[in-house]
Design a protein around this ligand. Structure first.
Ligand code: SAH
Ligand code: MG
Length: 945
């Protein structure tokens, strides 16, 4: 391993001026004399003697006991003094960085520190180590007073940091500290240090007897205690299992752990750094390698320093601790702490091990923060902060860096040169790479003091991961732009997390595919650092995936991959989740052994809220929930799961181990859908318009339908049938209405709604409409199909923005050249109006943040993240007039919500195309006649009409 640059490792400190250093060394013996330099003295440029008033300049001489130095010339007296001091420092060879000791100084400090740690003074301090020293004084016989070197290395942070000045490698291999401690102790007189068999240190002269006596009296541990701990076997075939440490007051606690590891003495036990939560003392205990290298400067044959492992690596323990561990390891929370002088201990369950394990992956951190290990998933997209639940991506990323002992991530906010949103068609949020302007680094709270410069100002964010030694590991700079700096930060953090998560979840896949996807995520990998810091762990992830062939048995529901026996129960309330809506479920997951009638509940979560369509839950939960309506419950089983997650979720690991090893075990999910909140667009439309914008669109269409005396209507992109349903309530001249949509789910919903409306209408005996036939077709409206020809009026409300722009244009062409309705009504959002929606959001957002309520909305790029584009008035106008001219239609543009005369126009812009000429030659046929699939049909059977 190459030696790293040392500078980045040392803690940052205040800058020390040369004068301070001189003062520290010489005090009042340093004598500064500052003199003003006259022009005649100035011989820097002898050829120049222009008689003009020059500013005063100064020179300083510094007299020290054995040295006189004279500074150069400066405009300020202060600078001259500092310069003189600096010269003196150079001449005397004083080290400038007084905080950083030289390796020799560090050696001396280590020796002094060890001496102090074994002093009587120290014994009465509250330092964690003093508890250990107290405890070793009670060891029996020969071992009385012998302190394992590992304890010294782990519980005294100061020794560790001093060693770093001798050898920066200590940062990545903390056990090197032990070698240095032993070496330093051999320099100390009055100490015994052994290294070969049992590395421990003892002071030769005993502590005074009364000190030891009083210690024995105050020691609280009288009753034997039982501490739950976990064994991580080095063989990966064996399960991680629970062990109990029986600790009595008579025996040194590390001996008990040593016995558990099959070692005879505590000094052969090594202790890892603290692993669990900051508040706990959870550490790994494991056997020291048999051979130590006493002289740390001598390298091993393989080029590695100090400590060598013998035997096979314990991959699970190494993964958890971040450094090599061989042999079995015990995970326990026990030791002396600052908190109290008695032995501290906490139970550690097998479940905790698995939670620590999955907590090292981005997805695992998210799952743990949601307390929903078996249903939640790190979402793949960041839409709005309002829809995000629990830990934000930025916090997860910081947590991830801590877990992997990296520096805190660095975020930079970048403001691309603002472009007029009208400039390009629909892609007004894409920004050229040039002209970007870095606003600043925002570690800590995002800078909110900066006022928004204009409505169109957008932010991008770049995030960097650095090692402890400040080596760049990964850079992620997604192209996405956001109105809020914080959103840009969250988005960049999430992009990076998702990519990293793939890295952790792919245990089999080699790295090439990850490199290939890096581009898509805007990620740049600095390979050497990346492999050293993160990636070599990935293969250790202990994912046991069980996957059996599945017999799909799902009646009247769409099959879901990986799921069988899907049942959805309860009446359909018609309130259904869709992309962008917030769903609330209560669920339970049980482990089931088929044929044996065993069912064990593993995880129960109530009121679990998530955004639909962004992958915030595992895929089959999302797909099943999409088929449900509020009030319904679903049951399904799956045999695809990760055993680590089950162990992390279930409290009884022994039972789970035996169930998982039985044949035909699977997970059973039971889900109740309790609530659905509409997506942003609908919520905005309802909150800001009365009647709601969608109602206004329907009423606009109905007015035109009534005026036109049309008898046939086709609704392009009818969705769940809101317009068709409304038409059943109005008196029009319509007789035949048809809906077309590409989404079977929308059509199923439309059919249900229309069916129940027609049933209630006929039950009540009131027949308002003249409608005799109603049909729903499935298919794309950009294709030609003769079934869609020959209608008087066509409607297409809020559909085109859900297609790509070229498809929207294609639809216009197909509709006016082949379907040729007399009237075509097309509505779509006015992009410019978003400013208004978002401004009212801003107020709403603040309200939301204050009250903690979750009802309100937040700005996003478009009104709905299913939108592929949103047009300005100019863009829409161009499209509509061009289309009309090409097909000889008239067009009028108006809208609903807001007004044409007040900026920024209507909220929804609507084009009404009219054909004033008749189709004498009949309809044109295209080469291909697409067969639209008839999903549902209703025909009126009243006789006398
Ligand atoms: N017109 C409805 C639904 C609007 S949502 C209303 O106003 O409530 C947009 C709808 O367009 C969705 O139902 C979606 O499935 C549909 N859609 C998108 N692309 C389509 C295409 N190429 N062909 C048919 N329908 C499409
Ligand atoms: Mg829409």
């Amino acid at each position: 391993m190459e030696t790293k640059e040392f500078t980045g490792v040392a803690p940052k400190k205040a800058i020390v001026t040369p004068k301070t250093i001189i003062h520290q060394k010489f005090g009042t013996k340093a004598c500064y004399t500052v003199e003003e330099v006259k022009e005649s003295d100035e011989n820097d440029c002898p050829g120049l003697s222009i008689p003009q008033k020059r500013p005063c300049v100064y020179r300083c001489s510094l007299q020290l006991p054995e040295l006189l130095v004279v500074s150069g010339i400066f405009k300020k007296k202060k600078d001259a003094e500092q310069s003189a001091a600096e010269l003196a420092i150079q001449k005397l060879g004083i080290r400038v960085d007084t905080d950083d000791p030289t390796p020799e100084e560090a050696w001396d400090s280590i020796v002094a520190r060890i001496n102090y740690l074994f002093s009587e003074n120290f014994l009465s301090s509250l330092h964690p180590l003093s508890g250990h020293i107290g405890a070793i004084l009670q060891r029996k016989g020969d071992l009385c007073g012998s302190l394992p070197v590992s304890v010294l290395a782990v519980y005294d942070a100061k020794l560790g940091s001093l060693c770093k000045y001798i050898d920066p490698e200590v940062e990545s291999n903390p056990f090197l500290v032990m070698s240095y401690i032993i070496k330093a102790t051999t320099k100390l007189s009055g100490f015994i240090a052994t290294a070969e068999q049992h590395p421990w240190i003892r002071k030769q002269s005993p502590y005074p007897e009364d000190t030891v006596d009083s210690l024995l009296k105050q020691d609280g541990l009288q009753e034997p205690i039982q501490v739950a701990a976990v064994r991580i076997p080095s063989s990966e075939e064996k399960y991680v299992e629970a062990v109990t440490l029986h600790i009595s007051s008579k025996e040194y606690y590390l001996n008990i752990i040593a016995n558990e590891l099959g070692l005879e003495d505590a000094s052969n036990v090594l202790i890892s750094r603290n692993l669990g939560k900051a508040s706990s003392e959870t550490r790994l205990f494991f056997a020291a390698p048999k051979s130590y290298i006493l002289d740390p400067s001598s390298k091993l044959p393989n080029g590695k320093d100090g400590l060598r492992l013998d035997g096979p690596s314990n991959l699970r323990a190494s993964y958890l601790s971040g450094h090599d561990i061989a042999g079995d390891a015990i995970l326990a929370s026990i030791g002396y702490t600052w908190k109290c002088r008695d032995l501290f201990y906490e139970d550690v369950a097998v479940q905790s091990y698995y939670r620590m394990l999955i907590g090292k992956t981005p997805g695992g951190i998210y799952k743990l923060s949601r307390e929903a290990l078996l249903a939640s998933e790190l979402p793949s997209r960041f839409t709005t902060r309002v829809n995000w639940r629990v830990s934000f991506p930025r916090d997860i990323l910081c947590n991830f860096c801590r877990q992997h002992r990296l520096s805190e991530p660095l975020f930079s906010i970048i403001s691309p040169a603002s472009k007029e949103p009208t400039e390009s068609c629909g892609s007004n949020l894409k920004v050229a790479d040039l002209g970007r302007d870095v606003i600043g680094c925002v570690n800590g709270a995002p800078t909110t003091s900066r006022p928004m410069q204009s409505d169109t100002e957008m932010f991008q964010c770049e995030v960097k991961l650095l090692s402890r030694c400040e080596n760049l590991i990964i850079k992620c700079f997604p192209k996405d732009c956001f109105k809020k700096q914080n959103d840009a930060i969250q988005n960049a953090s999430l992009k990076l997390l998702v990519w990293l998560n793939n890295n952790f979840n792919n245990t089999i896949v080699p790295f090439e595919p990850l490199y290939e996807t890096a581009d898509i995520f805007g990620i740049q990998i600095f390979s050497e650092n990346f492999f050293r810091e993160i990636s070599h762990y990935h293969s250790i992830q202990n994912c046991q995936q069980l996957n059996q062939s599945l017999g799909i048995n799902s009646s009247c529901t769409t099959p879901v991959k990986g799921v069988c026996l899907l049942k959805i129960e309860g009446p359909d309330s018609g309130v259904c989740p869709c992309n962008g809506s917030l769903s609330c479920i209560s669920y339970s997951v049980s482990l089931v052994v088929e044929g044996e009638n065993i069912k064990k509940v593993i995880e129960v979560t109530n009121n679990f809220e998530f955004e639909v369509g962004v992958g915030a839950v595992i895929s089959y939960v999302e797909e099943v929930v999409m088929q449900m309506s509020v009030g319904q419950s679903a049951y399904f089983t799956t045999s695809i799961f990760t055993s680590d997650l089950i162990f992390a979720s279930a409290s009884d690991s022994v039972e789970m181990q035996s169930l998982l090893s039985s044949k035909g075990c699977c997970l059973e999910y039971e889900i109740n859908l309790t609530k659905v909140a509409e997506p942003l667009e609908e919520r905005m439309e309802q909150a800001l318009f009365n009647p709601s914008l969608s109602k206004q669109r329907v009423e606009f269409a109905v007015r035109h339908i009534i005026e036109s005396h049309a008898t046939t209507l086709i609704d392009f992109g009818c969705g769940s049938g809101s317009l068709l349903e409304a038409l059943l309530k109005y008196q029009t001249s319509l007789e035949k209405i048809v809906g077309v949509d590409i989404s079977p789910k929308g059509l199923t919903r439309a059919a249900k709604v229309l069916h129940s409306k027609l049933v209630t209408n006929s039950d009540s005996g009131v027949q308002l409409t003249s409608i005799k036939s109603l049909i729903l077709y499935e298919g794309s409206i950009t294709k030609f199909g003769s079934r869609l020809q020959g209608f008087d009026i066509g409607t297409c409300l809020e559909v085109i923005e859900h297609m790509d722009e070229d498809e929207a244009c294609l639809f216009g062409d197909v509709a006016l050249s082949y379907f040729c309705p007399r009237i075509l009504i097309v509505s779509t959002p006015n992009y410019e109006y978003n400013v208004v929606l978002q401004r009212s959001n801003l107020a709403a957002q603040e309200q939301y943040e204050e009250s903690g309520e979750k009802t309100l909305l937040q700005s996003c790029k478009f009104r709905n993240h299913d939108h592929k584009f949103e047009w300005t008035r100019e863009q829409f106008g161009k499209w509509a007039s061009g289309l009309a001219a090409q097909h000889n239609y008239n067009v009028e543009i108006s809208g609903v919500g807001g007004s044409a005369d007040i900026e920024p126009g209507f909220a929804s812009q609507i084009a009404v195309f009219k054909r004033e000429w008749s189709l004498e030659d009949g309809f044109k046929d295209a080469d291909m006649d697409h067969q639209y699939n008839k999903i549902w049909e209703w025909v009126c059977n009243r006789k006398n009409e």
